[in-house]
Ligand binder design. Structure first.
Ligand code: PLI
Length: 478
């Protein structure tokens, strides 16, 4: 009997059912038990909603959205097992049994013995940076992430990007665009001294580069370099499962290793990790920071009670921790990860077939439209990606997110806009939520905006908040 998961899809393989003998090479390893109705707001409703939202998709009410690809964070569909786990919540203030389940799951899959729960990823970032960073430190990382860099800066550090140059080139086909450039890191260590580097910030996958993975080889080499200088490595593990899948698929020697074992191997090369469980772990809220070092753990566990809650709940309800503990195991199943990444690739493939410029290779959690190639004449200070996200919503009710000059924010030293090489719109795919037909409709919506790309004129910013401006900034059309 032919197993539908036998043959991994390749970029050359046919993209739709019927193209190859009426069968496709993967299907979701679940079926749908409960549905949530969707409706398409009219064009007039969308126009009004967009104006009221100041042309910022974060400010749209979700009822005015048709297909919501704003983020893959906290938007997953839980399984029947996770929902039943909610009923097993132990809401004791202290020592909830669900916390011990969570602790066991983290240790089993990630290997770190000391776990501090937090309400979500940025809660963990806050604790880790407050504890690890001193004023004047420098934190190297494989590209910035918005909340991560802000917490590093708020703790007194300067972030330095040491990702390989390919990560900044949307058209490069490097299979591991999230890799650390070891020469850049080595030069930085020589320049500032290892004592000024409290840790190496290593994300797998790299969100702002397009959901791009780090290779196992690169992590091993990084470990050696950091060991020579006594620098710990902390992982941003939000999408490490998806990273592990790319290693299994692309890196020699890993093709037969289960995703869970690859995750464990990466973690064995790190000293700790922080986690937004709202991504890989298939829950709507939750996070943690977990470390090897007992001293560091002690300080994290002390600080968590100030900002998040007691060290056995960290801002989560007992039931949330139970769903999370179950979600960790589910997230590591190979058939699930293959279908998850496969769906993202399916959408990317449709757009590529129409010649629409996207970041390649297609990443793990999202397809990223290249707004610079969409609107080559538009100055970056007219916010091309913000404009494109607004146009896409207006055209179709599909919600996406800007990942360009607005997200990059201002340089704290000069006060001017940072001008990132990448000016992108992200179509992030929630896990286990949308069908292939939703991907088809999304691709057609992007195509309609692409066909009318000459009409776009850009935006000006009318309100700019102090922190993480992309969330709440307002714009008007030029
Ligand atoms: O949204 P949080 O606070 O649970 O997690 C923060 C966070 C940390 N690291 C990475 C790589 C993220 O992607 C991340 C959050 N990402 C969001 C919200 C996103 O839409 O991508």
């Amino acid at each position: 009997m032919n197993e539908p998961h036998d043959e991994p899809r390749t970029d050359e393989s046919p993209r739709t059912m019927g193209q190859q003998f009426g069968r496709r090479s993967w299907a979701e390893p679940w079926r749908i038990k409960m549905v949530e109705p969707l409706s398409v707001p009219s064009r007039e409703e969308r126009r009004e909603a967009l104006e009221e939202a100041g042309y910022n998709t974060f400010l749209l009410p979700s009822e005015k959205v048709y297909i919501d690809l704003l983020t893959d964070s906290g938007t997953s569909a839980m399984s029947d097992r996770q929902w039943s786990g909610l009923m097993m919540g132990d809401e004791a203030y202290a020592g909830s049994r669900n916390f011990y389940h969570l602790e066991d799951a983290v240790e089993k899959y990630y290997g770190f013995p000391h776990v501090v729960p937090t309400h979500q990823g940025r809660g963990a970032e806050h604790l880790l940076n407050q504890v690890a960073v001193d004023e004047g430190d420098v934190v190297p990382g494989n590209m910035y992430f918005t909340t991560t860099r802000l917490h590093q800066e708020m703790a007194g550090a300067r972030f330095v990007d040491v990702v390989i140059d390919d990560a900044h080139d949307p058209a490069s086909d490097h299979p591991f665009k999230g890799n650390v450039d070891l020469q850049k890191l080595s030069d930085l260590i020589d320049r500032v001294g290892p004592e000024r580097i409290p840790y190496m910030s290593l994300a797998g996958t790299v969100n702002m580069a397009g959901g791009q993975p780090v290779s196992m080889r690169n992590v091993r080499e990084l470990r050696e370099l950091c060991d020579r200088h006594g620098i710990p490595i902390y992982l941003d593990a939000a999408r490490l499962v998806e990273n592990a899948y790319f290693i299994q698929e692309r890196e020699e020697g890993w093709g037969d290793t289960p995703v869970a074992d690859i995750v464990a191997e990466i973690c064995s090369l790190a000293d700790g990790a922080w986690m937004s469980s709202k991504k890989d772990h298939l829950v709507n809220i939750g996070g943690w920071v977990a470390v090897d070092d007992e001293d560091l753990f002690d300080r994290l566990r002390n600080l968590v009670v100030v900002y998040e809650g007691l060290h056995t709940y960290g801002g989560m309800a007992g039931r949330d921790m139970e769903a999370l503990a179950i979600g960790i195991g589910e997230s590591m199943e190979d058939a699930y990860v293959r279908a998850r990444v496969g769906q993202v690739r399916y959408l990317g493939g449709l757009l590529q077939d129409w010649g629409i410029p996207i970041v390649t290779p297609v990443g793990g959690h999202a397809v990223y439209l290249d707004a610079k190639r969409f609107y080559p004449e538009m100055d970056q200070e007219k916010f091309p990606a913000q404009s494109l996200a607004a146009q896409l919503y207006l055209e179709s009710g599909v919600r996406s997110m800007e990942r360009g000059i607005v997200s990059a924010g201002r340089d704290p030293e000069t006060g001017g806009h940072r001008h990132p090489e990448l000016e992108l719109v992200r179509l992030a795919i929630p896990r286990r939520v949308y069908t292939q037909a939703h991907m088809d409709v999304t691709a057609e919506a992007v195509k309609a905006v692409w066909d009318r790309r000459e009409e776009a004129s850009g935006l000006e910013m009318t309100y700019e908040p102090d922190f993480l401006r992309f969330f709440q900034a307002r714009f008007r059309p030029l």
